[in-house]
Design a binder for this molecule. Structure first.
Ligand SMILES: [Fe+2]
Length: 356
């Protein structure tokens, strides 16, 4: 191959540096036609020295969210929309329908008398109930009536539909592992002919059957929880008792993780969630971990400092701490924070890390 020989001006000798750059450039242009590219040009972004996130810290205040979601109630029915959800999009990931790199989040509303029809999909979903009382999620034959603070699981391929026989709109936070499922390109989804599934179990059966220290004979091993609704009425008194006994983590407060009662593992293989009570005047020590986390304030108010950026939150506000960003919570009054992340998936792959 003929390569132009560059010469340094003045002394008449070849400019080796210029020459090699030109040769490299010509080489790169040639190999790209073969769908190849040099690793050495992308090494630092492909294998960064520490986690590099595209996400940014962000908070959604419930007052704004609620009025905007209520507006959608006049524009489209739950049946037409299939799910009347406004996506909470991380501002740094505009157009990508994700709140962190691996998680989807949205605020769903169901109006009195509406039904969100039955379907199932590979993506697992959780609901954290924000506002209203008496709407239900039917999952795997159990019609779970929901109250604020309830944590409802719709696992991979579990049939589910929602309805609201109450006289008030109901709003909840949906979090799905859809970006993870789509990363693996493994999504399937299917609608059912009937809008509502037949329910054979009573409300609360799955929590009573599996979450009471006994298990029905023949319960199979499962890598996800069989419990449909971890009610706030059952979980909140536990963190309150932990406060009273002094079981308060200096970073997280009095915190529990929602567990699969079959094996003690996380509720889902792809997503895990916590509920934490922060005592009045709490000033948390700094913490960071590789799982980007979505928080919801269930009670109280406070601030979270994320790498110097202060997020202010009150009841039902949703906020995001990106992966490996150092953060600390502060609460002037007793507060409760729900949180959810992809930690179980990272732990299963052996890549989860935490630090100060
Ligand atoms: Fe769904």
């Amino acid at each position: 191959m003929a390569v132009a020989t560059a010469k340094k001006p003045g002394n008449g000798k070849p400019d080796r540096k210029h020459n090699i750059e030109a040769m490299r450039q010509a080489y790169y242009e040639r190999i790209v036609k073969h769908s190849m590219t040099p690793l050495w040009k992308v090494m630092s972004s492909l294998v960064p020295d520490e986690p590099a996130t595209r996400c940014v810290p962000v908070v959604w205040h419930f007052n704004d969210v609620k009025s905007l979601v209520m507006e959608a109630g006049g524009l489209i029915t739950a049946e037409e929309a299939k799910r009347r959800v406004l996506i909470l999009e991380n501002p740094a990931l505009h157009g990508e329908s994700r709140v962190t790199n691996t998680l989807f989040a949205g605020i769903q509303m169901i109006m009195p008398g509406e039904v969100a029809p039955a379907h199932h999909h590979v993506s697992s979903a959780i609901r954290f109930v924000l506002d209203g009382e008496g709407a239900y999620t039917a999952v795997e034959g159990e019609k779970a009536f929901m109250s604020p603070g309830d944590f409802v699981i719709t696992a991979n391929w579990a049939p589910h539909d929602h309805g609201n026989p109450s006289d008030k709109p109901m709003l909840w936070l949906d979090v799905l592992d859809a970006p993870t499922i789509n990363f693996f390109e493994t999504s399937f989804a299917e609608d059912f002919d009937e809008p509502m599934q037949a329910t054979t179990r009573q409300d609360g059966d799955s929590l009573n059957f599996y979450g009471s220290g006994v298990l029905p004979d023949g319960t199979p091993a499962m890598n996800r929880t069989p419990v449909i609704n971890y009610t706030y009425a059952r979980t909140r008194p536990i963190i309150e008792r932990m406060m009273q006994t002094g079981d308060i983590d200096k970073r997280h407060g009095a915190r529990v993780h929602y567990a699969n009662p079959i094996n003690g593992g996380p509720v889902l293989p792809t997503m895990g969630a916590n509920l934490a009570m922060l005592p009045k005047g709490f000033r948390g020590e700094p913490y960071r971990s590789t799982d980007g986390t979505v928080f919801v304030c269930a009670e109280g108010q406070g601030t979270t400092n994320v790498d110097g950026q202060v997020l202010e939150w009150g009841r039902n506000d949703v906020f995001v701490v990106p992966p490996w960003k150092r953060y600390s919570h502060a609460a002037p009054k007793q507060s409760v924070l729900f949180s959810i992340s992809d930690r179980p998936a990272q732990e299963a792959l052996g890549i989860w890390r935490e630090g100060k």
